[in-house]
Design a protein around this ligand. Structure first.
Ligand SMILES: NC(=O)c1ccc[n+]([C@@H]2O[C@H](COP(=O)([O-])OP(=O)(O)OC[C@H]3O[C@@H](n4cnc5c(N)ncnc54)[C@H](O)[C@@H]3O)[C@@H](O)[C@H]2O)c1
Ligand SMILES: O=c1ccn([C@@H]2O[C@H](COP(=O)(O)OP(=O)(O)O[C@H]3O[C@H](CO)[C@@H](O)[C@H](O)[C@H]3O)[C@@H](O)[C@H]2O)c(=O)[nH]1
Length: 334
C-alpha cells in the first residue's frame, strides 16, 4: 500500500517523499514535471509522469499501488503569475484538484493531505493568525487554494473522507542531509533569492518596501524549514490513520523575521556582503504573516527540529552552492 504524492518532484513534495521513505513508507509519485525535476525523485520510487487531472491515470495508479492515501502538492505557486493568468490558476489549482479528488474518491482513497497556504488569510488585521481567522485571500492564487479547501471539506462531508489541510507559511531551507532543496531556476522566494545573490548568481537583491508598519519597516514572515514541514505531513497522516478526522492546521513557528533580518543573516552566514537595493513595495504583500501554530503542536505533537533562521539559511546556501556548481540534485536512496 503506497502513499500517492502528487507534485513529488517539486520542492516541498520531494522533501515529503524523503520523510515518508525515512519512516519506512511506500510511495508513488505523480508529477507532470512542469516545474519539478526528475532527479528529485529518489531511486526506487515509482515516478508516474502525468497530470493529476487525468482521471484514468489516477484510477490506474491508485489501483496498481493499492493507494488509500494522497498527499496533494501539485499546483502552480507564483502569486504575480496568478494575477496575470487567473483562469490558468483556477484550472491548475482548483479544477485539477476537483478532478483528482473525484477520481481518488471513486477509486477508494480514504485519507487526503492537502497543501494550502497562508495566502488564504490575505492581509490579516492580526499579526499572529490562527486557523479560525476569516479567510480573505487577496490574489487568485490564494483564492484558488481556498476554493480547493472548500471542495475538500464538502466532499469529505458527503463521502466520508478524512483529511488534513495544511496552511504553510513561508517555506525555506533544504534537506539537512543534502538530498533535496529548492531547484526551480526562476524562484522568487526571499531566502532563495538572497542565497543566489550571496553566491554571485544574481547581481543584487531588492528589498520590496521599507515603509511598512513593522519594527524595521520591512515585511515580517514566518519561515518554516522544509523538513519540519515534511514531518508535519507525516504526523498529519499518522493522526488520520489512528484517529480519522478533518483538520486544518497552520504550519509555521509562530515567530516572524523581517526582510532585513533575513538579508543580514544570509550575509553573515555566507560571509559575503552582496549589493542590496531598497525598492518600492511589491503588489499584494501583507505587512506581517505569522502563524499561531498552537493547534498543530497540540494535536499532532509536532516538534520542529530546524526552527533556527541561521540553520535554515545555512541549508539554503549549501543547496544553492551545489546547484551553482552545476551538480544535479543527488538521487537520494531514501
Ligand atoms: N513554496 C512555498 O513557500 C509554499 C507556501 C505555501 C503553499 N505552498 C504549496 O505547496 C505545494 C508545493 O509547492 P512547491 O513550493 O513544492 O512548488 P513546486 O513548483 O516546486 O512543486 C509543484 C510540483 O507539482 C508539479 N505539478 C504542477 N502541476 C501539476 C499537475 N497538474 N499534475 C501533476 N504534477 C503537477 C510540478 O511539476 C512540481 O513538481 C503547492 O501546492 C503550493 O501551493 C508552497
Ligand atoms: O527579492 C525579494 C523577494 C522577496 N522580498 C520580500 O520578502 C518577503 C517574502 O517574500 P517571498 O519569499 O516571495 O514569499 P511570500 O510572498 O510571502 O509568499 C510565500 O509565502 C506564502 C505564505 O506566507 C505562500 O502562500 C506563497 O506561495 C509563497 O511564495 C516579502 O515581503 C517580499 O516582498 C524581497 O524584499 N525581495
Amino acid at each position: 500500500m503506497a502513499v500517492l504524492v502528487t507534485g513529488g518532484a517539486g520542492y516541498i513534495g520531494a522533501h515529503a517523499v524523503l520523510a515518508l521513505l525515512d519512516a519506512g513508507e511506500a510511495v508513488v509519485v505523480l508529477d507532470d514535471l512542469s516545474t519539478g525535476v526528475r532527479p528529485m525523485v529518489p531511486e526506487g520510487v515509482p515516478l508516474v509522469v502525468g497530470d493529476v487531472a487525468n482521471s484514468a491515470l489516477v484510477t490506474r495508479v491508485v489501483g496498481e499501488h493499492g493507494v488509500k492515501e494522497v498527499m496533494h502538492f501539485a499546483a502552480k505557486i507564483v502569486v504575480p503569475e496568478s494575477v496575470a493568468d487567473p483562469l490558468g490558476y483556477y484550472d491548475a489549482n482548483t479544477m485539477k484538484t476537483r478532478a483528482l479528488l473525484a477520481a481518488a474518491l471513486a477509486a477508494g482513497v480514504e485519507r487526503f493531505v492537502f497543501s494550502s497556504t497562508a495566502a488564504v488569510y490575505g492581509e490579516p488585521d492580526l499579526a499572529i493568525i490562527d486557523e479560525d481567522a476569516p479567510p480573505a485571500p487577496i490574489n487568485p492564487y490564494g483564492r484558488s487554494k481556498l476554493m480547493s479547501e472548500w471542495m475538500i471539506r464538502d466532499a469529505a462531508a458527503a463521502h466520508g473522507l478524512d483529511y488534513a489541510i495544511l496552511r504553510y507559511f513561508n517555506v525555506a531551507g533544504a534537506d539537512p542531509k543534502g538530498r533535496a532543496g529548492q531547484s526551480a531556476t526562476n524562484a522568487t522566494h526571499l531566502i532563495k533569492v538572497a542565497s543566489q545573490a550571496a553566491l554571485g548568481l544574481r547581481p543584487a537583491l531588492s528589498i520590496y518596501g521599507t515603509d511598512y508598519a513593522t519594527p524595521d519597516g520591512t515585511c515580517l514572515r514566518d519561515y518554516i524549514q522544509v523538513t519540519d514541514l515534511a514531518d508535519a505531513h507525516l504526523a498529519a497522516l499518522r493522526n488520520l490513520r489512528e484517529r480519522g478526522g478533518r483538520h486544518t492546521f497552520n504550519c509555521g513557528y509562530g515567530r516572524g523575521a523581517s526582510v532585513r533580518e533575513v538579508v543580514e543573516t544570509v550575509k553573515r552566514i555566507s560571509g559575503i556582503d552582496f549589493p542590496v537595493a531598497e525598492a518600492p513595495r511589491r503588489a499584494g504583500d501583507p505587512a506581517a504573516l505569522v502563524a499561531d501554530a498552537t493547534r498543530i503542536r497540540e494535536t499532532l505533537a509536532w516538534e520542529p527540529r530546524f526552527a533556527d533562521l541561521d540553520t535554515i539559511v545555512a541549508q539554503a546556501l549549501a543547496w544553492e552552492r551545489r546547484l551553482g556548481n552545476g551538480a544535479e540534485p543527488v538521487r537520494a536512496t531514501g
